[in-house]
Design a protein. Structure first.
Ligand code: ADP
Ligand code: MG
Lengths: 252, 456
């Protein structure tokens, strides 16, 4: 079932128009890269999809359900199937790696027991499997802030894995990492996309990464969708439309 | 200011008018406020010089307004100086500032300072031997010396006396070691120490084993037991021979200070603990970042903020008075007073901690479909616990200081005893208490600093 974004608009209370009538449809299994200058509205778009930010108008429909009209309870049910990873990883730094991964499961477990810090053994095993998948099983008991940036982002991926997501939103997941690490992280995301069939919406900074991983590109400029197509369709004219006339193309 | 709408020069006679005519709204308000204040002060205190100040203020501001009118640089400072001088002058008078008082009245303080060097810390177990000499009060017959024999021999210069008479006690055959005390016992058995110039009299035995001491027969007739006219009553003079039999022990005052300090620390500990347990959940309701969601939560946020601010502005001492009336004298009242104030103080601090957390984990866990409580439990609590603990320890430290004071209004702990000792001029006991408080407060200060340094 597709993800339909329909005339999505976000105007912040201070009057900033971060998104303006953005519409597109994403089919299951796509790997969509969102590109655009900083301030173009990429983060706002991703957060409007799972309503971490309330859109001002427009609709987001996924699996036939109108997310923008969901009640708080329905919204939590929807969110638990949408994984999200962040540029700053957003781990709970003082908690252990294992606890951080387990929190990905909070939408599924008994809420009262979870408040007491209890997770059933089956969930702990699931968390260990997720950690194995990102190659961090032996660091399960470390505090999250003792890990390197690349390792922390892998914990972020493991946390998203716990949700058994059908859709993954990634907001510049590799912008704080070295280029080498960037590829290793994106390969995990690619694997999720290819093997598990998870639809991916991922904002990216570098065009070479877009070419390497994405099946489709959406370009934003000042909150307006200015490009929607295959990565290889981005020629010089398109590039300048997205990034402005002064921008120069490096590599890619 | 618009040149074409220049107000008439005459308006500077009434300076506030000129300011408002010039369109200087803030200055007009200030001028009005200061003028009213000065006139109010002059009416209240009734001094001529205050009226002079009012006049000078008017002239000064009028001059300033005139300069502005002429397009020259403003010159307000002379008027401001005059207003400040008047306000501080009244302040000085009202505060009854008397800079020499601490020096002139130093003698009031001296006993306390001396006592600080000799606090009541130790006592020595003693054994006392008592020699009793009957004295008839008042004298009906001609007085004759009265002698008592024991191991030693003592005799009094008369066997009867009027209150205020000088009596002399002689003694022979006394050992030099023990100290001597003189006590007066009235007919119903009440005992009072015989004083000389306000200090207990303690006759010194010379090398020959003799002593001689003169004192004034005290007024010791109990009310309602006055003898019928023409008759006398038998009082007793007691000579106590006090021998030290054993090493030093903690004095009664020291034991009491120790016990009451323990009570003080416990009051503070319980008050702080309860306050933390209540303030921690409340602080989440008073944190803007968690309560921004809906109009309802925002309402709760503002209500919580307002509540905390109001309660925090009330001194614990005032709560102390309230709770002493409410639940009765004692430690429980003091504990409640400290607890209520601490809830507000900690609630405010805690909520600020919550407001300064990294929002990233909150966002991440919200995105996983966790509910609000789960988000708080897993994304907020781990971030705030160390700082909560640090503030709680600090608060405990503050509460120990406060609970020493809260006893003054009947809230238990050392303060209650200290206030009694001060009233009774028990200098050495006051010194013991003050030293005890200082030591405990310093120790806790150190502990709390260490704990906080380790945590944050
Ligand atoms: N909370 C906010 N309040 C007001 N303006 C915001 C807020 N968040 C983002 N913006 C503005 O919205 C625009 C889009 O921001 P963002 O979505 O973060 O862009 P990107 O992720 O592409 O850099 C920018 O102009 C940004 O300054
Ligand atoms: Mg962004």
């Amino acid at each position: 079932m597709p993800l339909i974004v329909d005339r999505l608009t976000k105007i912040y209370p201070d009057g900033t128009r971060a998104l303006h009538e953005v519409s597109f449809t994403v089919e299951d299994g796509e790997f969509v890269a969102i590109i655009g200058l900083s301030g173009a509205g990429k983060s706002t778009l991703l957060r409007c999809i799972n309503r971490l930010i309330e859109p001002t108008s427009g609709r987001v429909i996924w699996n036939g359900i109108d997310i923008t009209a969901a009640s708080p309870r329905e919204l939590r049910k929807i969110r638990r199937q949408i994984g999200m990873i962040f540029q700053q990883f957003n781990l709970v730094k003082r908690a252990t790696v294992l606890t951080n991964v387990l929190t990905g499961r909070l939408g599924y477990v008994n809420p009262w027991l979870s408040l007491l810090g209890y997770f059933p053994p089956s969930e702990v095993q699931r968390a260990m499997r997720a950690l194995e998948r990102v190659g961090l099983a032996d660091l399960a008991d470390k505090r999250a802030d003792e890990l390197s940036g690349g390792q922390q982002q892998r914990v972020g991926i493991a946390r998203a894995l716990m949700q058994e997501p059908r859709l993954l939103l990634a907001d510049e997941p590799v912008a704080s990492l070295d280029p080498v690490l960037a590829h290793s992280i994106l390969r995990y995301i690619e694997e999720l996309n290819r093997k598990d069939g998870v639809t991916v919406l991922c904002s990216l900074h570098f065009l070479d990464l877009v070419h390497r991983y994405a099946t489709r590109v959406i370009g934003l400029k000042d909150g307006i969708k200015v490009f929607d197509g295959r990565p290889d369709e981005i020629d010089d004219r398109r590039f300048k439309e997205i990034y402005g006339q002064e921008a120069e193309r490096i590599g890619g | 200011m618009a040149a074409e709408r220049r107000p008439p020069r005459g308006s500077t006679i009434v300076p506030g008018l000129a300011y408002s005519a010039l369109g200087l709204r803030t200055l007009t308000v200030i001028w009005l406020t200061v003028s009213l204040t000065l006139v109010g002060l002059a009416l209240w205190r009734g001094h001529l010089w205050l009226w002079v100040a009012v006049g000078l203020w008017w002239i000064g501001t009028g001059y300033d307004a005139w300069r502005r009118l002429e397009g020259r640089r403003p010159r307000l400072w002379p008027a401001v100086l005059i207003a400040l001088a008047a306000i501080y002058g009244v302040g000085w008078e009202v505060t009854e500032i008397h800079p020499l008082a601490p020096f002139e009245r130093f003698d009031k303080m001296r006993p306390y300072l001396i006592a600080l060097t000799q606090p009541d810390l130790l006592t020595y177990p003693t054994e006392r031997q008592v020699l009793r000499i009957p004295v008839e009060v008042p004298c009906i017959h001609a007085p004759s010396p009265k002698e008592v024999r024991g191991e030693a021999r003592v005799w009094l210069s008369a066997d009867c006396a009027q209150p205020g008479d000088l009596l002399t006690l002689h003694g022979e055959g006394f050992p030099t070691g023990p100290s001597l005390e003189l006590w007066w016992v009235n007919p119903i058995g009440e005992r009072q120490r015989i004083l000389q110039e306000g200090r207990p009299l303690s006759p010194q035995v010379d090398t020959m084993g003799r002593f001689q001491t003169t004192f004034i027969a005290p007024r010791a007739v109990p009310l309602g037991f006055e003898p019928p006219p023409g008759q006398s009553q038998t009082h007793f003079l007691e000579l106590h021979i006090v021998r030290v039999i054993g090493g030093p022990r903690p004095s009664e005052a020291l034991l009491e200070v120790a016990e009451k300090m323990g009570e003080t620390v416990a009051i503070a500990l319980l008050a702080t603990t309860f306050a933390v347990l209540i303030a921690a959940p409340l602080s989440f309701l008073a944190a803007r970042n968690l309560m921004g969601g809906s109009p309802l939560t925002r309402l709760i946020y503002y209500a919580m903020r307002g509540f905390l601010n109001i309660v925090r502005s009330v001194e614990p001492l005032i709560f102390g008075i309230v709770f002493v009336v409410w639940v009765g004298l004692g430690s429980f009242a003091g504990m409640l007073a400290l607890m209520v104030h601490s809830i507000a103080a900690l609630g405010k601090l805690f909520s600020e901690v919550v407001e300064h957390i990294d929002p990233g984990p909150v966002e991440a866990l919200t995105a996983t479909g966790a509910n609000r409580l789960q988000v708080i439990r897993y994304a907020v609590v781990p971030q705030v616990v160390p700082e909560f603990v640090s503030f709680a320890v600090y608060r405990w430290d503050i509460n120990v200081r406060m609970s020493t004071i809260i006893g003054f209004v009947g809230g238990g702990g050392i303060g209650f005893r200290l206030s009694e000792w001060i009233r009774l001029s028990a200098y050495r006991q006051v010194a013991t208490a003050v030293i005890g408080i200082a030591l405990v407060v310093m120790a806790l200060d150190y502990v709390s600093a260490q704990v906080r340094r380790r945590i944050v």
